[in-house]
Design a protein around this ligand. Sequence first.
Ligand code: PCA
Length: 219
Amino acid sequence: MTSILFTGFAPFGGETINPSWEAVRALDGALLPGGARIAARCLPCEFGAALTALRTAIAETRPAVVICVGQAGGRAELSLERIAINVDDARIADNAGRQPIDEAVVAGGPAAYFSTLPIKAMAAALRELGIPAAISQTAGTFVCNHVFYGLMHAASTEDRIGTIEAAGFIHIPYLPMQAALHAGAPSMALEVVVAGLRALAEVALNVKRDIRTAGGATH
Ligand code: PCA
């Protein structure tokens, strides 16, 4: 059976929940039209350990598609990340107290990897459903970018089973209960995020060639 792996993260930075884990765990075990099944795993918000947990999850689930999801407080849309860069530069300590500065995610690895998800088709599908979506040109330099880079590196160099057809990263906004504690911050209801992620899984399975539509930024 075709498997799709979604990962979310543990809470970090003083939050008591992480919407990424809340959303992906709601999809654990879900069957998609066509028979693919979703598996969900929680990654620690720690440099290094998050990638170890991701590798274990990939080995256990042998997914065709891997979509890692993380919280991006302050963003208003589901953000389809375009690019992972080979740098860890932490503004705050991770959950293990580590704060790497200007270290490579993978020493000697390429500067960057592009998402292999059809992110333009995904953005279009979300907007069709009435869900705010954006292409994002940076996943930051904290644990989310670390996992995104490690995922793309693994998919291109270590996927010895050869199951991974597409992989990438999605940032999601705060939940309303978090935004209530951050004056002025945008939020998205959990059921909207869950519906959006489910739709993205279907697009990732069915769209083999992305559509050509503008998703760039001027700054
Ligand atoms: N967001 C952080 C790490 C974990 C998460 O959910 C980030 O954007 O790097």
